[in-house]
Design a protein around this ligand. Sequence first.
Ligand code: 0O2
Length: 212
Amino acid sequence: MDGRDWSKFLLPYEHAVEELKIKFKALRAELKIREELAPIEFVTGRVKRISSILSKAKSLGVPYDQLEKGIEDIAGIRIMCQFVEDIYRVAELIRERSDMKVMYEKDYIANKKESGYRSYHIIVEYPVQTALGVKPVLAEIQIRTLAMNFWATIEHSLNYKFKEELPEDVKQRLRRAAEAAYVLDQEMSSIRDDIMSAQKAFERNSNLVSRV
Ligand code: 0O2
């Protein structure tokens, strides 16, 4: 493929990322109005770089004429949540949508990756309206807490700097850091639960007092 062919190939993915970002940011805004503790903190998106598409295709053995089906994260969306419970809530909201079709899901929270990586991935098929008609493209939606994102961002950049040849002791420390991030997530959830229970008890007491 030359530069022009790549631009044509990537166009629907660029549209998909832009549209999905707008849609999930709108969902975030709506939930912020409707709910006291909205589940979405922030949303980002990117189209995979050509060099990354080619190296992933090579490592997965995907032929160039099968990139659309073989590489599922050319269009990528990230949704960051405050709490682990919010991740499953957002996944449910995605399943209920009629503007995208869930193809499959990967729960790297219940089943963390060897590196220590945790996130919830949903592969969706999203219909992009092009000048030539509807073009369905695959997009990967990664849903994670702020702590999971903190860890994944740093681990990714360290791997990139060291060309995926991190020394074993560094990998081990990163795995431990991933566990520390997960313990932090659990503690934050527990603090939230305690505050919510205390607030409910306070509201119940206030109602009783106002009735007297
Ligand atoms: P980039 O730069 O984010 O685009 P598998 O064959 O199952 O191991 P597969 O099929 O590539 O992996 O899909 P998977 O597991 O859903 O992971 C795809 C993306 O998840 C990655 O994209 C990363 O964004 C993220 N990810 C997965 N594992 C790790 C990890 O150990 N550390 C970090 N930081 N991110 C991870 P790319 O293409 O690797 O990179």
